[in-house]
Design a protein around this ligand. Structure first.
Ligand SMILES: *Cc1c(COP(=O)(O)O)cnc(C)c1O
Length: 234
């Protein structure tokens, strides 16, 4: 394991391995690997580690906390081509930290958040791409919307043109390996079918370090990978 302040040679190698794994999983599923966006999850990582990944061609980065995302984005303002994804629960009082300037908010899970986002966007006539986070396992304490509540939230989003629905996101319960997650990934894809999501609304964000290959096999268009790129979190 290299020190977190290192030059990031290890990061470039691991990124290449992850991209290769994605390409192989896509090939197994008969999919074009270009249809899968790798989001490097940079929570707890330093701006220098993000720089090392960016130097290796990585564009998309995901963060769990609004303050951390805003601080890192500011520290890396000299790399304006980076695309920041919010993948953690967003409290309504933190919306103004992130908007404008967010590439994709992956965790929309309530009508009240939709309302707050729309108000904030109206202040500067902004637009924001979003995913609706679904609780595919029906775990009470987990973030995300019950599948039965999704249609109403989609209606709320479609009534607000500043918010553009791009698809669905899920964090399945932890399992020992990717195979354990497969039924949840499949459930998310089937939900997208049942909801009748259109061509521009078909992103599926699912899969993490231990599960992204299976997620790609099951139709993920976004995978969120931290440890496999940056090493274990300290
Ligand atoms: C931390 C996190 C990831 C990445 O997890 P790894 O196991 O480090 O790949 C992906 N998605 C979400 C929502 C996370 O919080």
């Amino acid at each position: 394991m290299e020190p977190s302040t290192g030059t990031g040679g290890g990061i470039a190698e691991r990124l290449a391995q992850v991209r290769e794994t994605i390409a192989r999983a896509a090939a197994r599923a008969g999919r074009d690997p270009a249809g899968v966006t790798l989001v490097a999850v940079s929570k707890t990582r330093s701006p220098d580690e993000v720089r090392a990944a960016a130097a290796a061609g990585q564009l998309d980065f995901g963060e769990n906390y609004a303050q951390e995302l805003a601080a890192k984005r500011a520290a890396l303002a000299d790399l304006p081509h980076l695309r920041w994804h919010m993948i953690g629960h967003l409290q309504r009082n933190k919306v103004k930290l992130l908007v404008p300037g967010l590439h994709l908010l992956q965790t929309v899970d309530s009508p009240r958040l939709v309302e707050t986002l729309d108000r904030r966007l109206a202040e500067h006539d902004g637009r924001l791409d979003v995913l609706v986070q679904i609780d595919v396992a029906g775990e009470e304490q987990k973030a995300g919307l019950a599948p039965d509540d999704a249609p109403a939230l989609l209606d709320a989003l479609r009534a607000r043109p500043r918010l553009r629905l791009r698809g669905l996101m899920a964090i399945p319960p932890w399992t020992l390996d990717g195979e354990g997650s497969r039924p949840y990934f499949r459930a998310l894809r089937e939900l997208a079918d049942r909801l009748g999501l259109g061509p521009g609304e078909r992103e599926l964000s699912m899969g993490m370090s231990d599960t992204y290959a299976v997620a790609v096999e099951e139709g993920a268009t976004l995978v969120r990978v931290g440890t496999a790129i940056f090493g274990p979190r300290g």
